[in-house]
Design a protein around this ligand. Sequence first.
Ligand SMILES: Nc1ncnc2c1ncn2[C@@H]1O[C@H](COP(=O)(O)OP(=O)(O)OP(=O)(O)O)[C@@H](O)[C@H]1O
Ligand SMILES: Nc1ccn([C@@H]2O[C@H](COP(=O)(O)O)[C@@H](O)[C@H]2O)c(=O)n1
Length: 212
Amino acid sequence: MPDAVVIAVDGPAASGKGTISKLLAQHFKLQHLDTGLLYRAVGLAMLQSGGDLDDPSACEAVAKKLDLTALDPDVLAQHHVGEAASKVAVHPPLRAALLEAQRSFANVEPGAVLDGRDIGTVVCPGAQAKLFITASLEARAKRRHAQAVQKDPSASLEAISADLAKRDARDAGRSNAPLAQANDALLLDTTNLGIDAAFEAARAFVASKLHA
Ligand SMILES: Nc1ncnc2c1ncn2[C@@H]1O[C@H](COP(=O)(O)OP(=O)(O)OP(=O)(O)O)[C@@H](O)[C@H]1O
Ligand SMILES: Nc1ccn([C@@H]2O[C@H](COP(=O)(O)O)[C@@H](O)[C@H]2O)c(=O)n1
């Protein structure tokens, strides 16, 4: 393997990129960063302080003060936090403030897997292996619904599907670092793949890139 390995994994919400990234990190013995947690942490801090999610300077200030060692994935996983994350993520100064932290994480030895929306295109354009994980809206909504009903049995599949569609449109439609497949990324559609099969396809691709 090359000295410092970086694997970039992007894709829309609930496509399974986090699941695949964790498994890749375990398999190749690399560190893993779910970059969505950074945007969620800014969104949550803005909500808690009553700040304006549409204010780029206020969001940037929060991002600059973010304590990356204090991210609580359970709190940040809440649905309304994901919505807030997607709203603050449109601001260029906020994205610039989070860029350095992501790039330094990518430099850890022996290497790292980062997942998000702009890893292969903006954060780590030189990554040795890039994947773009996707799945149909219906499949993604069913997966997120299965997660949601564990906490709230009345969670609505239709509402989750509508929210995912809205979030994807916002993420793909913003002008700065939109959700996009890098030209040199493998497109992996997991609509009809279970986790094991999806991971195996990702693992084989990454192995081919690292040993090329
Ligand atoms: N190939 C798959 N088949 C079935 N279920 C899957 C598959 N991949 C992931 N899942 C399940 O779908 C849910 C969402 O997966 P995951 O959290 O990895 O998505 P994500 O793309 O990282 O989402 P987010 O953008 O919100 O961080 C999880 O419950 C996970 O176990
Ligand atoms: N590299 C990234 C990662 C995330 N975002 C934004 O954060 C939102 C939440 O991300 P999850 O992966 O935790 O769902 C997401 O909808 C994006 O708006 C981003 O812009 N860039």
